[in-house]
Design a protein around this ligand. Structure first.
Ligand SMILES: Cc1ncc(COP(=O)(O)O)c(C=O)c1O
Length: 504
């Protein structure tokens, strides 16, 4: 895959960071927001914690030089053009509400585009988006905003690892064949565990339907910067992709990127992002995106070389600890899995008689915090900030975990497979806006869900708004609650009732 070669612009530039620093050195007296006026008046505790520098650079949009008419828009445009050049996009947009905003924007753009010309106009059938069920909850909020109906693609459930696998090409094709009035295809690539499906094939299904493939690439912002990573979604034919740069790169939390390749989506995106995001973006976040991009282009290859080597060594050392299993290349033999990101260390702890949540708590006592605890596993992320010292601490803590668990082994409770969802009886948006009432589990069978109900782990929604609640789904939920697993989406603080649509 092409990495450095396609870059045409001067990637040593960081126009946003340069603009912020220039404003400071010019000594301008700021009679504008934000009110702290470059940190002049601050709580002492905050000043002690952060120092003054972040406040020097936390300026609103009157920051740039006369040549640009004091206008931040021109500088943002320049920085976004550099990002597009670096990530291989036609157009990139900086996001200050994370990939959540990018996902919502892509879904709205698909619905909008379908409604206004290029694609087929709406028919009497509700507009659909084809997608797997195990998606981030922001996707459901996007469906509600866009008024889209989900057409779920069948996923395979890996009971050994307790995770959903990417849908197979056949499952995508089947869903596409069944779909009525689709406005696009949505995929998560890679998933939280770094596993991705055959996105090129999914793109070709979308192209065959003359619809865009839009991708949640929250966990793949680093892909363009090392040939050992999977190809980026854009390089495989995605029309748009949103990336949480803050998850894996040297970028501040909430700073994400939305990239587009498709002309129609690009055209409507500024309008849609204006609908979704604050009018006061943090220029600190944006400057970090600008600098994180430069760092990746100039140093990414070397940085990721080191992290990848660390990953190989660490995986081996973890697999040498009796009772622990760390997923490796064999993941590619699983159905639906076509690519894999080795910076994700997915570690099964069930042979120690532990659940993921128990292992997480014990590791915390040893000074380690993992990214995620699943039913029988924990997930450790290696990213730009990691080095040999950090992974040494991780491996030591895992050794102590294994030793202490072996001393009093227990059998973890059985893990039921997530059941298939119920029939979608109305669009998520209709269910969200309809009159609603609270019901207990005993009363819920046959009702239509009005909120997302999700057990964590595995984080796959059990009921989504608009879906008929099944007895099997309720049984699954009850067995989860019995095992003390957290469920989100309650209608009351006592966690006894859920929201359903009233009187449909
Ligand atoms: C798969 C996936 N998609 C989207 C998101 C949302 O990203 P952000 O936190 O940048 O809004 C997350 C966040 O955890 C995620 O894991």
């Amino acid at each position: 895959m092409v990495h450095r070669e396609y870059r045409k612009l001067d990637q040593t530039r960081v126009p946003l960071l340069e603009g912020l620093l220039r404003y400071r050195t010019e000594g301008i007296v700021p009679f504008h927001t934000p009110g702290h006026k470059q940190g002049r008046v601050l709580d002492q505790g905050l000043r002690d914690a952060l120092g003054e520098k972040p406040f020097f650079l936390d300026i609103s949009d009157e920051i740039f030089d006369q040549a640009k008419n004091h206008d931040s828009a021109a500088v943002i445009k320049e920085a976004e053009a550099l990002a597009a050049d670096a990530f291989g996009a036609k157009q990139s947009f900086f996001l200050h509400n994370g990939t959540t905003a990018g996902i919502q924007a892509m879904l709205l753009a698909c619905a909008f585009q379908s409604n206004t010309g290029k694609a087929k106009p709406f028919t009497e059938k509700p507009a659909e988006i084809i997608l797997p069920r195990s998606v981030h909850r922001s996707v459901f909020s996007g469906l509600m905003l866009a008024g889209l109906m989900p057409r779920f693609v069948k996923e395979t459930w890996d009971t050994k690892w307790g995770i959903a696998l990417p849908p197979t090409p056949k499952a995508w094709q089947d869903a596409a064949d069944d779909s009525c009035n689709p406005v696009g295809i949505f995929d998560t690539y890679p998933n939280y565990y770094g596993i991705g499906g055959d996105l090129k094939q999914t793109a070709s299904i979308a192209h065959g339907m003359d619809r865009p493939l839009i991708v949640d690439e929250a966990h793949g912002a680093h892909f363009p910067f090392h040939p050992k990573f999977p190809p980026s979604a854009l390089s495989l034919g995605a029309a748009a992709a949103a990336q949480s740069a803050h998850k894996t790169l040297g970028v501040l939390t909430q700073a994400s990127l939305l990239h587009t390749m498709d002309e129609g989506l690009t055209k409507v995106m500024p309008m849609i992002l204006d609908l979704l995001q604050s009018t006061s973006p943090s220029f600190l976040l944006y400057a970090s995106l600008d600098a994180g991009r430069r760092q990746m282009v100039l140093e990414g290859r070397d940085i990721w070389d080191n992290i990848l080597k660390l990953g190989v060594e660490t995986r081996k050392r973890i697999n040498d600890i009796p009772g622990l299993v760390c997923l490796g290349d064999e993941v590619l033999d699983k159905p639906g899995a076509a690519v894999w990101d080795p910076t994700k260390l997915l570690i099964r702890v069930d042979e120690l008689g532990l659940t993921g949540a128990e292992a997480e708590l014990i590791l915390r006592q040893y000074g380690i915090q993992v990214e995620l605890a699943g039913f029988n596993h924990i997930l450790v992320l290696l990213a730009v900030g990691d080095g040999p010292q950090e992974v040494k601490s991780l491996v030591n803590a895992l050794r102590m975990l294994a030793a202490s668990a072996k001393a009093k082994p227990q059998t973890p409770p059985a893990f039921p497979s997530v059941p298939a969802g119920g029939v979608m009886s109305m669009a998520p948006r209709e269910a969200l806006l309809a009159a609603r009432r609270q019901v207990t589990f005993e009363q819920a069978e046959g009702e239509i869900a009005a909120d997302i109900v999700t057990p964590y782990p595995p984080g796959i929604p059990l009921f989504v708004p608009g879906e008929k609640i099944t007895g099997i789904g309720l049984g699954y939920l009850e067995s989860y609650l019995r095992q003390g697993i957290e469920v989100r989406g309650w209608a009351d603080l006592n966690r006894k009732t859920i929201w359903v649509v009233d009187d449909y």
